[in-house]
Design a protein around this ligand. Structure first.
Ligand code: GLA
Ligand code: ZN
Length: 695
């Protein structure tokens, strides 16, 4: 990898634009694009994403004409370029000459040329060709003043490759991680069903042929796949960093996609970007939570909303239009959560291929009178108005963090029980929502992150707690580090923190090997409890109750519904705050609190209804003196960004009807309308206010 320093993304403007494919269109259409971009206040175009066969129509024969023309034309129109490397789609000449660039499926069958993103990330031939075309691009455009950003590949991810090269690399990676087969056999508990290995060469990636996946093996295979693609990203980035060390690098991520551990990617890219496609009518808190996750993997630095649809998404079950105002609302929501961009897939609808019916800024009629075009133009104008206040600011520092760990999710999802549901992401989102509804700022936080800014840390379903006896999974550099999560949590609580965790936590170590001595394993002392059994029942049939003890927590109702998982808690030092109301374990504890040093640790033993989470976190945040960004604001999300002596408040009405919200004693200037605001602020359906506050 190149020694060139990683460039840092500097937040100087709000980007407005999106995927732009001039290679699909004749000159007259391209000229019209420049005019239309001006009308929509577009200032960035992600270009060349799937353009390899247009860039290099025959091996070694480059056609720069269309891209040269694009750079010149957009530069004149004050539009910057996020130039893509084209590795996500490959020219037919490449796959014809070198079939080995294609991935092999899990039954050993080589995939054939067809659509995009089906390459083998280990293939030396593929890597060589990617490196070659990236170098050519960087050399040709690296000094062009319109080049703002590298958009590396596109949405790395499935399908995985089971070829011999990948399988061999997997075995080498396992050897580096475990050192000896003895250790691997023990950690994977190979004595069960005769699964011990006596030679590294015997290990096979899990597949439909190997039968039901072995949890330790499956977990490591997922980590390895993530590592392979991250190394692939690093290969692409190395060439770009060598030639254009001044240009920041991103690759567009996919939110809660389960195939990759994005925290590992965040360490090697310069700025996070992600593609957000929520269904119309979905829960806005889930989008907010995903923004927090994508922001948190790079420690809350500014990030970019790289793609969203301006209207309909063709691949969803229903391609529902975003009603008037919703696209702008979701754009501002991303910005309120720290994005420096509102970008679209796509600028102009293609005439053919699989995505011709996907929404675009310029629809097939190509009319500037189209509703979507006009909404995009209005948003572009507003983004320009807001830029002096917003650019250069970052999300306000949150005091509440929710720990999110993709490896924990993988282990839980592959754990073999209890029950079939594996709602790791959904549970994180429900805890997030309980704070979001009250407009308390929340981050999603990495296990290996710096937790010093937080007063309250929540770890829903922390099934895996890494012991620190094994290296962190990932690249050779990452594998030099170990992390004892139990000790880290304990130390954090001891010195000041309020910690909350739930049922199904502290069960296994980093290799899905159960801790001896009872759940919640390394957290047992901190929580002052142990869990004798875990009951898992069909949700909705006969919910239990959480009955709050008389002197339990202030501000809670007497009882709440709970369901699905019921831990049988045995206190050993912890105070009981609530007990089950029904079933043969009525009267047994389901919520406990244990003091530890200057901090305190809560354990919630059951899947509590939303209103419990709402009231529980209200009680904890109030006790910690944490203020919501705005109070009494049903359906209105309030977010704040700070920086350069400025403070900007975003009020976002997620309802399709009018809402009002109180500013308390604060006041400011609405940067979109220019009006001074104080007291009660009215918001229209899906309305947005961006207010530079008096500080
Ligand atoms: C993804 C891809 C785009 C496009 C859109 C369609 O985000 O990155 O190329 O396929 O989906 O929604
Ligand atoms: Zn392969």
């Amino acid at each position: 990898m190149s020694k060139a320093a990683q460039s840092t993304y500097r937040s100087v403007r709000l980007w407005h634009g999106g995927d732009y494919n001039p290679d699909q269109w004749p000159a007259a259409v391209r000229a019209e694009d420049a005019r239309l971009m001006k009308l929509t206040h577009v200032n960035i175009a992600s270009t060349g994403i799937f353009a390899w066969s247009q860039l290099e129509p025959a091996p070694g024969v480059f056609d720069w004409s269309w891209l040269d023309e694009t750079f010149e034309r957009l530069h004149k129109a004050a539009v910057w370029i996020a130039l893509a490397t084209p590795s996500a789609a490959h020219p037919r000449w490449l796959t014809a000459k070198y079939p080995q660039v294609m991935a092999v499926d899990d039954r050993g069958i080589r995939l054939q040329h067809g659509v995009r993103q089906r390459f083998c990330p280990t293939s030396p031939v593929f890597r060589e060709h990617v490196e070659r075309v990236n170098r050519a691009l960087a050399e040709r455009y690296g000094k062009h003043p319109a080049l703002a950003l590298w958009h590396v590949s596109n949405e790395y991810g499935a399908p995985r490759c089971w070829c011999n090269l990948c399988a061999t690399a997997f075995r080498e990676w396992l050897e580096a991680r475990y050192g000896t087969l003895e250790a691997l056999n023990h950690q994977w508990w190979g004595t069960f069903w005769s699964q011990r290995y006596s030679d590294w060469a015997q290990i096979r990636p899990p597949s439909t042929l190997t039968g039901r996946a072995w949890p330790g093996l499956e977990l490591d295979w997922k980590r390895f796949q993530s590592h392979l693609l991250c190394e692939f990203f690093k290969l692409e980035a190395a060439t770009l960093r060598e030639i254009t060390p001044h240009v920041p690098i991103t690759t567009n991520l996919m939110g809660t996609y389960g195939g990759l551990d994005y925290a590992k990617f965040a360490d090697v890219l310069d700025v996070v970007s992600w593609d957000s496609y929520p269904a119309v009518g979905g829960d806005p808190s889930a989008v907010a939570c995903t923004h927090a996750y994508m922001r948190g993997i790079k420690h809350n630095q500014p990030w970019l909303l790289m793609e969203q649809t301006p209207s309909a998404t063709n691949w969803q079950e229903f391609a529902t239009l975003k009603p008037p105002g919703l696209m702008a609302l979701w754009s501002w929501q991303a910005i309120g959560h720290g994005s420096d961009a509102a970008m679209y897939f796509q600028w102009r609808r293609s005439r053919g291929g699989p995505e011709k019916l996907h929404g675009a800024v310029v629809e097939h009629a190509a009319s500037e009178k189209a509703r979507v075009f006009q909404e995009v133009a209005a948003l572009g104008a507003d983004l320009e108005k807001a830029t002096p206040a917003v650019a250069g600011t970052r999300v306000a520092e949150a005091r509440v963090g929710i720990l999110y760990d993709q490896e924990c999710r993988w282990a839980f999802e592959g754990s073999g029980g209890p029950g079939h549901a594996k709602p790791y992401v959904g549970t994180v989102m429900r805890h997030y929502k309980a704070l979001w509804r009250r407009n308390v700022p929340v981050d999603l936080v990495r296990m290996d992150g710096d937790w010093s800014q937080y007063k309250l840390l929540i770890a829903p379903l922390l099934y895996m707690v890494k012991s620190g006896e094994f290296p962190l999974a990932g690249s050779p550099e990452q594998m030099r580090t170990k992390l004892n999560e139990g000790a880290k949590i304990e130390e954090w609580v001891r010195s000041r923190g309020t910690f909350v965790t739930t049922y199904l936590s502290g069960i296994v170590n980093e290799n899905d090997l159960v801790y001896e001595g009872g759940y919640p394993g390394p957290l047992r002392k901190l929580l002052g409890i142990w869990v004798d059994e875990i009951d898992n029942v069909k949700p909705g049939e006969d919910p239990n109750r959480i009955v709050i003890e008389k002197n339990g927590l202030k501000g809670l109702r007497k009882s709440y519904a709970c369901d699905h998982y019921y831990d049988q808690i045995v206190p050993e030092g912890a105070e009981v705050l609530a007990r089950y109301g029904k079933n043969w374990y009525a009267g047994k504890p389901c919520l406990t609190r244990n003091a530890h040093g200057q901090g305190v640790a809560y354990y919630l033993g059951c899947d509590a209804e939303d209103s419990f989470l709402l009231h529980f976190y209200a009680a904890l945040t109030t006790a910690l003196g944490l203020q919501p960004t705005a109070e009494d604001a049903a359906d209105v999300e309030a977010l704040e960004r700070h920086g350069g002596g400025r403070s900007v408040l975003f009020l976002l009405n997620h309802a399709s009807a009018k809402r009002t919200v109180k500013l308390g004693g604060r006041s400011g200037r609405d940067v979109l309308s220019g009006a001074q605001v104080s007291g009660r602020v009215a918001l229209g359906p899906y309305g947005v206010r961006v207010i530079e506050m008096k500080t």
